[in-house]
Design a binder for this molecule. Structure first.
Ligand code: SF4
Length: 210
């Protein structure tokens, strides 16, 4: 029988998959315990899907005239931008029904606004979103999306679970939007995810009926 849990995409290294460039992972116990009890986690690594393999040379995000590129850190001539974009396009083409996403911070593929951005001389000039994260944000504008670094306490874990449950329940979402005076899902989830603990606990209790 199909799971009734909200479906949540997650950067695969956060669930313990050894898919990082150095063969390691970035396992986050909160995700594989508290969150996995309530959410159906769907791990995905865009760099593995791009066929880059493990181990692989590390890449960094570079701003150039042609837009954002994923170029080698040590092997400066290495350009995996097209391979990564193809993997992103294939992921989007699969049209997965998702109610939330958890992304790995600072990654040139998965970082959501936290990834160091370099100029042509490879000097860090700003932060931006990685190629996969930007694709997810633009194709799934109406679901809650966070980085693992945001999930730093149990109450934030519970708040994210609640947001994904709301995201998967049309009636609850409509009711909450009305109650909070929000006109669209994006505004609703951005407000919910920025609540301080006390207000977040009220929403969690209200949604869970306790
Ligand atoms: S951050 Fe993203 S691209 Fe890098 S290993 Fe994790 S899932 Fe793969």
């Amino acid at each position: 029988m199909a799971s009734k849990k909200p479906k949540v995409g997650v950067s695969a290294c956060l669930t313990g998959d050894k898919v990082r460039y150095d063969g390691g992972d970035k396992h986050q116990p909160l995700i594989t315990t508290l969150l996995s009890e309530q959410l159906e986690l769907l791990p995905f690594c865009p760099e593995m899907a791009a066929g880059l393999g493990v181990p692989r040379p590390p890449v960094q995000l570079v701003a150039s005239d042609g837009g954002l590129q994923a170029l080698g850190v040590e092997q400066k001539e290495l350009d995996v931008t097209s391979a990564l974009q193809n993997a992103c396009n294939q992921y989007i083409a699969a049209k997965s029904k998702l109610h939330g996403f958890i992304l790995k911070s600072r990654s040139p593929s998965c970082g959501l606004g936290s990834t160091p951005l370099h100029n042509d001389n490879r000097i860090a000039i700003d932060t931006s979103s990685g190629l996969f994260a930007a694709t997810i944000r633009s194709h799934y504008p109406n679901i809650p999306i966070v980085e693992e670094s945001w999930l730093d306490t149990d109450w934030r874990g519970r708040l994210f679970i609640t947001c994904c449950q709301i995201s998967s329940n049309k009636q609850a979402k409509a009711g909450l939007k009305f109650a909070m005076g929000k006109t669209n899902d994006q505004e609703l989830f951005s407000t919910l995810l920025s609540l301080p603990q006390q207000s977040a606990e009220k929403i969690i209790m209200r949604f869970n009926g306790c």
